[in-house]
Design a protein around this ligand. Structure first.
Ligand code: B3K
Ligand code: ZN
Length: 863
């Protein structure tokens, strides 16, 4: 297979000044006429051919400067044009006509049909499925687009930028002309056509300009768009206030589509979203859904500057826009939480996700630096490493430079690079230059994979009242990280003492080993380090249980307070122990503390996920870890049953539903209490759960009650599941939840295996193999979010995985490749599991028609 390498970057030999597209939409045969004004590019050599990418296109004709042109070659992936009239610096016009077949396009890349409407997805390399093009992000052009379609079926015609004109055409057709005033690469092109309706708002931005905001959906979904609109308006205001960045177009549109490979896409002025991240009403969406919509709307909007105005030179630089934009959406969401403790809650949630998903990736066969050096299929590199670890790296700049220093760096970045396609180095230089700092060692975060480990050793001299801490870093050394150079690691710390000495510092660990001394420390302190998770590392710090308990009850850094509790629970679970009396007491104090945020309590009493526990083991036995974790949970549930019952009452909310952070936190704690009560005394509490299920006025509470019944194997679960299906049968996103809940059910005593349920669900009339959301809610949910049911010693889960990867690959390689990642860590498991996983991997690898996407994933796993 072909590999692409970062160091082999070549500037384009041609570029486009203007792109004209005329697209006649027909599901069976869409005719695309392009008119490209071509100029010699940075690496131009006289006489060199113009090599355009094209994929699954039917070529019709080629003209140059108005004349038919015959000196060209067609390959399955390219159109190579020779004998060009381009001596000197003059531009010339290339006109191409080609045809594509949207209704046959199940990959959902390029132009496709969903529920009778047309949509596009071009990032990273989908534009080449629409027309022949220099489909690379460093070719930036102005686009002028004419869309044509039958008016009755496709009354709405949208593309990027500003609407210039519309026209009625003969035979029931009509057209619309759109012009995007900004330079953009092809991956930001979009079109939408069909029977859609919108809600709209007009807002005034910081310069006093009026802007039109629209959210387009299928007519029956209009009533579910308010939250997305509010989120968009809040995002626009936040970016003005925090970064001085204003919306630059006359109109900004969001369109929702039910068939979509990922969350959403930041096409210039025309964001296209998975319905899951747009549609919400209290009766159909959970608090988590509301929060996700807010953050995805913000993320895509923020891309307008970090991604679109300044874009990536090549796809190795993906984290330049993604890491930065994730950091921005995290900060936005933290600000929306409305309190300091809310900010901490958001930070804990983000770190939890990073450690559950990204740390395993960074330790497995697909490990790569946030700026990868090599890929076979770029779609495989939209990873938690590029996104979430990338965001942690951006956060470290802010930690090192301060919020103001970071802002100066951002200002300089836009001043230098607006309208350009640039690299991660350009971002780093802007940060360094704006602050007069040498950040050369910080570059190692971009080039080295693996989670660094930092070992902590401390000593205290009571006579001298001196405290000493020594930090040693060891970069993970693995295939993707041969150098193992030391990182520049910012570690926030504080010494906790009864006298409250207020010894605080930001330690910058830059060498393999460094020691710091602190004077006038009145008694042996408890070290609180890596506060707020200031660096994405693993701490190797043998703190005593007593110290951890101190932190769990009183660290003023909410993140580290939470972390101490997680560490205590983790050590006990991995040691196959139940919580001891001291820990139960600490939990009790925390749960009954009237001053603590309910959302924080919920996080503090939620045990480390199985995926994170696996990371602490040399050889994983999923069944043992599941049993130990469940027993530990059972102990917390039953020993604190009085507190749980009290909280279940106290956390009831009254009045109309609001998804704000404080109300959501109360519901989260109440529903954790219900789940704990079901764990402790299922027979007593099942009727309460049924009652909550039936009377809830919002999806958070209804779903939580249903999930509690299903997970705890209650007899009432079946009837409630049936009721839920009937109640929401015409709401696809809710039916996704119905599927996902059943597929992610952990093993229940005396019940059929989840796998047999999943196989039945796959035959359900509402299951659709070519709808990504539905597939994710059944197949991915089982294989990737249900470890205790998936990892069976008989290998039945793995056989199902192999079957599913092979069935999905011909339909949608991206969705298949994502699932293929499910056995990445096979070497990390105990031998009885390993053998079965290896057999399943080999079965997939043996298929001769694998997509490049799946092939890269399984071959790296088997390397
Ligand atoms: N930039 C898109 C992701 C595109 C994925 C292509 N396989 C969404 C986002 O990160 O905002
Ligand atoms: Zn993004």
């Amino acid at each position: 297979p072909q590999s692409f390498r970062r160091l082999e970057y070549c500037a384009p030999n041609y570029t486009f000044a203007q792109v004209g597209l005329d697209i006649a939409l027909d599901p069976a045969r869409t005719i695309v006429k392009s008119r490209l004004e071509v100029l010699p590019g940075a690496s131009h050599e006289a006489g060199s051919p113009l090599v355009l990418q094209g994929h699954e296109l039917e070529f019709v004709s080629l003209r140059i400067n108005g004349e038919a042109h015959r000196q060209f070659e067609l390959t399955p992936e390219t159109l190579i044009i020779h004998a060009l009239p381009n001596e000197g610096k003059q531009s010339f016009i290339v006109e191409i006509i080609c045809v594509c077949v949207p209704e046959k396009n199940t990959s959902l890349m390029g132009l496709y049909v969903s529920n009778g409407n047309f949509f596009t997805q071009c990032e990273a390399e989908g534009f080449r499925k629409i027309t022949y093009f220099l489909d690379r992000p460093d070719v930036m052009a102005r686009y002028h687009v004419t869309l044509r379609a039958r008016e009755a079926e496709y009354p709405v015609l949208l593309s990027n930028g500003n609407l210039i004109s519309t026209e009625k055409l003969p035979n029931g057709w009509h057209s619309a002309v759109w012009e995007d005033p900004f330079l953009k690469p092809s991956y930001l092109f979009a079109l939408v056509a069909g029977k859609l309706e919108c809600i709209e708002e007009t807002i005034t931005t910081s310069s006093g300009a009026k802007k039109l905001l629209q959210i387009w959906v299928e007519p029956h979904d209009l009533k579910k768009t308010r939250h997305a609109m509010d989120s968009l308006i809040a995002s626009i205001h936040w970016d003005e206030k925090r970064y001085g960045l204003e919306l630059d177009l006359e109109r900004f549109m969001i369109v929702a589509v039910g068939d979509f490979n990922m969350g959403a896409m930041e096409n210039k002025g025309l964001n296209i979203f998975n319905t899951k991240y747009v549609l919400a009403r209290p009766e159909t969406a959970t608090d988590a859904d509301f929060a996700n919509i807010e953050s995805v709307v913000a993320h895509e909007y923020f891309h307008n500057w970090t991604g679109n105005r300044v874009t990536c030179r090549d796809w190795f630089q993906l984290s330049l826009k993604e890491g930065l934009t994730v950091f921005r959406d995290q900060e936005f969401s933290a600000d929306q939480m409305g309190s300091e403790s809310g900010r901490a809650v958001k930070r804990i949630e983000d770190v939890r996700l990073l450690r559950q998903l990204q740390f395993p990736e960074d330790a497995g066969p697909m490990a790569h630096p946030i700026r990868p050096d090599e890929y076979q299929e770029i779609n495989n590199f939209y990873t938690v490493t590029v996104y979430e670890k990338g965001a942690e790296v951006v956060r470290m700049y802010q930690t090192l430079l301060g919020v103001d220093g970071f802002r100066k760096g951002m200002d300089l970045y836009f001043q230098r690079h607006d309208g350009q396609a640039v690299t991660c180095d350009d971002f780093l230089f802007a940060m360094a230059d704006a602050n007069g700092r040498d950040l050369s060692q910080f570059k190692n975060w971009y080039s080295q994979a693996g989670t660094p480990k930092v070992r902590v050793e401390e000593s205290y001299d009571a006579d001298k009242r001196q405290y000493q801490v020594t930090l040693r870093q060891s970069p993970a050394v693995n295939a993707a990280n041969k150098d193992g150079k030391p990182f520049h690691i910012p570690l926030k710390m504080r010494l906790l003492t009864p006298a409250d000495d207020r010894v605080e510092a930001l330690l910058e660990l830059t060498q393999d080993q460094q020691t710091w001394n602190f004077d006038d420390v009145t008694s042996r302190p408890v070290l609180s380090i890596n506060r707020s998770f200031s660096a994405p590392i693993n701490l190797d710090f043998n703190q005593s249980e007593a110290d951890l308990l101190t932190m769990f009850s009183s660290d003023d850094d909410a993140f580290n307070r939470w972390e101490a509790g997680q560490k205590l629970a983790m050590q006990m679970i991995l040691g196959n122990r139940l919580p001891d009396a001291a820990l139960i007491e600490a939990y009790r104090n925390l749960l009954t503390d009237p001053d603590l945020d309910p959302a924080f309590k919920e996080l503090a009493l939620t045990l480390p996920a199985e995926a994170y526990l696996y990371e602490q083991c040399a050889s994983v036995d999923p069944q043992k870890i599941y049993a130990a974790r469940r027993a530990f949970r059972h102990a917390i549930a039953s020993e604190l049953r009085i507190e749980w019952a009290a909280l279940y009452q106290q956390m009831q909310t009254s009045g109309p539903f609001s998804p704000d952070a404080a109300s959501a936190g109360k519901r989260a704690l109440k529903n954790l209490a219900l789940s704990m009560l079901l764990e402790a005394d299922p027979l007593i509490w099942a009727p309460m759960a049924v009652n909550q299920y039936q009377n809830a006025d919002n999806m958070t509470d209804r779903y939580a009650a249903l999930a509690g019944l299903v997970i705890h194997g209650s007899k009432s679960a079946a009837a409630c599941l049936e009721d839920f299906y009937i109640r929401f049968a015409d709401d696809a996103l809710v039916i996704d939840k119905w599927f996902a809940l059943q597929s992610s059910r952990p093993p229940v005593a005396n019940a059929e295996s989840t796998l047999s349920d999943v196989k039945r669900l796959r035959e359900h009339e509402a299951f659709k193999m070519n709808n990504p959301n539905r597939v994710r809610s059944v197949i991915h949910a089982f294989c990737m979010s249900n470890p205790a049911s998936f990892h069976q010693v008989d290998g039945s889960g793995y056989a199902f995985w192999a079957e599913s990867v092979l069935a999905l690959d011909p339909i949608n390689p991206q969705i298949a490749a994502r699932l293929a990642r499910g056995l990445d860590r096979w070497r990390h498991f105990a031998p009885i599991y390993q053998e079965q996983m290896l057999a399943a991997l080999k079965r997939v690898a043996a298929c001769e028609t694998l997509s490049a996407d799946v092939k890269e994933v399984v071959s790296k796993a088997l390397e």
